[in-house]
Write a protein that binds this ligand. Structure first.
Ligand code: NAD
Ligand code: FE2
Length: 379
């Protein structure tokens, strides 16, 4: 190891970090045990926040008599979708809120939990540390293996006024309990498995190479990358491979643990306009961008990038092999074929460049021109 590298590592050890986590119950079959984890479960008023698919199988959770299911979570939720959920929550007055679904359901449930009994609106809590304490128990049960939102403090909603994703981040939005049951992901179609798996990978890779990267968190990032490298192809090839599903559920959890203390960088910043403007699902948007930002950043974080390549089985032509990896998972890797018009690239680049909360921590400076170049390469 060079002395320059040791100096970087040593100074990172001196950097403070804040790591807030829920209780985690991990394992196949754990979702059925939900009632055992909550004191006096039978007497609770329980609100389930779910997308239509998961709402239809909420009986898996053994709900008490007094429950209500909000079944209208939409993928990549927007403010009107949050308002709908809040209306139903205020009508029902739950003392426990359980999200049952992917990142979309988990993010909405976090916001419902902190906004339901507070005089604040979503726009008042955008940013860090602005939400009030909640007066209900919050439980997250992920059914995709991607976002890691089950262990995170952040929630993202698209604001129709700005057509941008706004993020609220508060320790009051960290769930009391996260139940990670890989069996719940067995029903995921291959395309969603692939996209959400690359999202988990991107969380780990971007946190690992961030300017804010921290030795306390690097260990989760490495573990997550290694699990994606071992299991994502397998789960896409055979959705019933229970070991691969477990590996990915754990990878997503590790990715989620990286997000709170460190968070993502350019990969996510560049992918957001694809989702907010053209409705491209978060994981697919990430996959389209992933090889390009990985290669762009490689020189700035050479040793960590070499570790990533090794864990993922990428060869020296990083761009080509990361691209091939995502394409072989069945992800459409051309923005042109995902409904993005060529004339939008310039304004998308400007929008992505403005996401300073992420780009300020990218290991390599990225100008609007650099971003436009990456978009064109991904077009
Ligand atoms: N809070 C965070 O830190 C964080 C991190 C990353 C992403 N996100 C957000 O999460 C959202 C994306 O979440 P996602 O990728 O998990 O997708 P999602 O929640 O939007 O779900 C995608 C689709 O899969 C379906 N689905 C979910 N589980 C299923 C299952 N087990 N079987 C069959 N179908 C199933 C859903 O009905 C939906 O149609 C975005 O809004 C993104 O911004 C949040
Ligand atoms: Fe993500």
């Amino acid at each position: 190891m060079s002395s320059a590298h040791s100096a970087v590592v040593a100074s990172a050890l001196l950097r403070p970090v804040s790591f807030v986590q829920p209780r985690i119950e991990y394992g196949p079959g754990k979702a059925r045990m939900l009632g055992e984890f909550v004191p006096d479960w039978a007497d609770k008023r329980v609100l389930i926040v779910a997308d239509a698919f998961n709402a239809s199988r909420a009986d898996l959770l053994g709900l008490p008599a007094q429950h209500h299911i909000f079944s209208k979570v939409r993928p990549e939720p927007d403010l009107p979708n949050l308002e709908q959920a809040l209306d139903e929550a205020r009508g029902f007055e739950p003392d426990v809120i359980v999200s049952f679904g992917g990142g979309s359901a988990m993010d909405l449930a976090k916001l419902v939990a902190v906004l339901m009994g507070s005089g604040k609106a979503f726009r008042d809590i955008v940013g860090v540390g602005k939400a009030d304490p909640r007066n209900c128990t919050l439980i997250a049960i992920p059914t995709t293996a991607g976002t890691g939102s089950e262990v995170g403090a952040r929630a993202l909603v698209t604001d129709p006024a700005s057509q941008a994703k706004s993020a609220a981040d508060s320790r009051h939005m960290v769930a009391d309990l996260a139940i990670v049951d890989p069996d719940l992901t067995l029903s995921l179609p291959a395309a969603v498995t692939a996209a959400t798996g690359v999202d988990a990978l991107a969380h780990c890779v971007e946190s690992f190479t961030s300017r804010r990267a921290h030795p306390l968190i690097d260990i989760y990032a490495r573990a997550g990358i290694s699990l994606v490298g071992q299991y994502l192809k397998r789960a896409v090839a055979d959705g019933n491979d229970v070991e691969a599903r477990a590996g990915l559920a754990m990878a997503a959890l590790y990715g989620g643990l990286c997000l709170g203390p460190v968070n993502t960088t350019a990969g996510h910043a560049l992918s957001y306009p694809l989702g907010t403007r053209y409705g491209i699902p978060h994981g697919i948007a990430n996959a389209v961008i992933f090889p390009h930002t990985l290669a762009f950043n490689a020189a700035a974080e050479a040793s960590k990038t070499a570790e990533i390549a090794d864990l993922m089985g990428f060869d020296d032509d990083l761009l080509e092999s990361a691209y091939r990896y995502c394409a072989d998972l069945g992800v459409e890797m051309h923005m042109s074929r995902l409904g993005v018009p060529a004339e939008a690239l310039q304004s998308m680049a400007e929008e992505a460049h403005d996401i300073r909360r992420l780009l300020d921590f990218n290991p390599r400076e990225m100008s609007v021109g650099d971003i436009l170049g990456l978009y064109r390469a991904a077009y």
